[in-house]
Ligand binder design. Structure first.
Ligand code: NDP
Length: 522
């Protein structure tokens, strides 16, 4: 009897421990300002995208010149019957090329976007694939991902397939076709003309698509049941019960869909790497074609922006499998944050500099070019060196390139590097990423331009920087600032995750490596 009672008590205790464990794993505080912050982001971000497009344009200037003289903007001419507000609105509509609400979207842009997604899916199906296992899920088991290769590999052998990836081969096919089209038709290649003619409408289509996708996967996440055989699970911090917050942060961790003739698609990894990332490069190329069409040459500044951003994107696609260990894959659900970030935000706002240079062709000269390239390459070396070091160490600690590095053996089983790149700062990879981003913005120099009608050649327009220098900095240097905020915020989130996971071992690491991102500074 006593034994029976003891057994029951033990079982009760075990159940209690299990429940507490489950609660603990779900005990995440609000991020991004909670429900209010996520409400502002969810409904405010599209306006930021539109503000960039309209306030920095190829109709009147970057920024629209009237913005620099607000007193005049609200002062209608003497005999005008319009109110100051009406006058300001009319002026801004004229200077921004505002097409009217009804023309923010059109059938061509919707079809073009569908074709782009269809093309990405087609390549996903047609190109040779390899099955790779993801990291271990909280509920046990691992999901499988279709990447490139010839033989089956496990997560532990990821380094072996980091040599080649399917997303990368998709990019090569797509960029190869773009090159062929440009070779034959030059800047009049229909893809470039289409993008430059329908850019605003493409942006709107992609914004709506992000809302649609986020809503669909939010609703579908309620069908996730505990212990299901397909390893569907909710993101640890994504099911607080607050609709606004959960919609933004993402409820389901790894939503997957089965598309007829395509098969199963892992939505998060697909969206993260394929249409948006590659879309960024394709938009950049379209802007380069626009510059060539308008001026008959391509500037060194445009080449730097295209080269450094393509390097960053192709690197990410080449290292496709490395995405499996990122925060986005392991921790965040697929909600509005990732849908909006991947679909409209990344391609349309990260390509701001190329769009700016398409209209205002900045010529840097060899010294500026060398200096900017040096910053970019230094950033890339830190970014790639540190990420590789961690990947190799985590997949094969005996590899000669990392075998000499010092580390802390944590109680959880993982090892934390304390020398090499990861001994300099706890997120030294973010420093490299950020430095690289300087080479995106610096080519625009002290940006700002105005378009005026040419007196000598009626019908054509001249680009001048008179009175505009420096005023477009909030646009062309936006990425630098935004990315710094994103990385600092991301570092805090990761730090919190590691503190929770490693406890005292993390404290030891922090004591040994006190800097977060910039050695000796932060
Ligand atoms: P990281 O690659 O920085 O990995 C962080 C994880 O690495 C930690 O959670 C921990 O995971 C492990 N780790 C931490 N310290 C150590 C150590 N000393 N030794 C070994 N392992 C350690 O994660 P991210 O997903 O944030 O970044 C991946 C890359 O993507 C970065 O280079 C980043 O700059 C880039 N990025 C780019 C963005 C863009 O918009 N361009 C957006 C976001 C990221 P574990 O639990 O396994 O120990």
């Amino acid at each position: 009897m006593a034994t029976q009672r003891r057994r029951e008590k033990t079982a009760e205790t075990e159940t209690a421990v299990e429940l507490i464990g489950a609660e603990k794993s779900e005990a995440h505080g609000y991020e991004f300002g909670g429900p209010i912050g996520t409400f502002i982001l969810t409904f405010g971000l599209p306006f930021v995208c539109y503000a960039f497009v309209f306030l920095c344009n190829d109709v009147s200037g970057c920024p629209a010149p009237s913005l620099l003289t607000p007193s005049k903007l609200f002062a209608p001419p003497a005999l005008s019957t319009r109110s100051p507000r009406q006058h300001a609105l009319d002026t801004l509509k004229r200077e921004t090329g505002w097409p009217g609400l009804g023309r923010l979207i059109n059938a061509e842009a919707v079809l073009g976007t569908l074709a782009w997604y269809g093309w990405s899916l087609l390549l996903h199906v047609l190109l040779p694939a390899q099955e790779v296992e993801g990291t271990e899920l909280a509920t046990g088991g691992r999901l499988k991902y279709r990447f490139n290769g010839t033989s089956r590999v496990s997560f532990q052998r990821l380094s072996a397939i980091l040599t080649y990836s399917k997303a990368f081969s998709s990019a090569l096919v797509t960029l190869g076709l773009c090159a062929a089209g440009t070779w034959v038709l030059g800047p009049n290649f229909q893809l470039w003309t289409f993008i430059n003619t329908h850019m605003v409408q493409l942006l709107t289509t992609n914004i709506l698509f992000a809302y649609l996708l986020a809503t669909y996967f939010y609703l579908r996440s309620f069908s996730v049941k505990r212990g299901n055989a397909t390893h569907r699970e909710l993101a640890a911090g994504g099911h607080t019960g607050n609709i606004m917050y959960d919609f933004f942060i993402g409820r389901e961790l790894n939503p997957r869909v089965i598309i007829p003739y395509v098969g199963e698609i892992d939505v998060k990894s697909f969206m993260e790497l394929r249409p948006g990332m590659l879309g960024w490069i394709v938009l950049n190329l379209a802007y380069m074609a626009k510059q060539y069409k308008s001026y008959g040459y391509i500037t060194d500044s445009m080449l730097i922006v295209n080269f450094t951003q393509a390097l960053y994107v192709l690197d990410a696609l080449y290292m496709e499998s490395a995405i499996l260990t990122t925060l986005d894959l392991t921790r965040d659900g697929f909600g509005f944050m990732l849908a909006f970030g991947d679909i409209p935000w990344l391609p349309f706002t990260y390509s701001l500099q190329a769009r700016y240079l398409a209209v205002h062709p900045v010529i840097l000269g060899p010294w500026y070019t060398l200096a900017i390239m040096a910053v970019g390459i230094a950033g890339y070396i830190i970014f790639r060196g540190s990420n590789n070091e961690k990947n190799v160490f985590r997949t094969n600690p005996d590899d000669p390139s990392v075998a000499h590095l010092e580390y802390i053996q944590t109680a959880s089983g993982s090892k934390l590097l304390t020398s090499g790149w990861w001994g300099r700062a706890r997120h030294i990879n973010y420093l490299g990423d950020w430095l690289l981003s300087w080479s995106y913005s610096l080519p625009t120099l002290l940006s700002g331009y105005r378009l005026t009608n040419s007196i000598l050649t009626p019908g054509s327009r001249l680009v001048t920087t008179d009175g505009m220098k420096g005023w477009a900095i909030p646009v062309t240097y936006f990425y630098l600032l935004y990315f710094a905020i994103l990385l600092v915020h991301r570092e805090r989130r990761d730090e919190e995750k590691c503190r929770r996971k490693y406890g005292r071992d993390w404290e030891k690491y922090v004591a040994k490596v006190p800097y977060r991102i910039i050695p000796g500074v932060y």
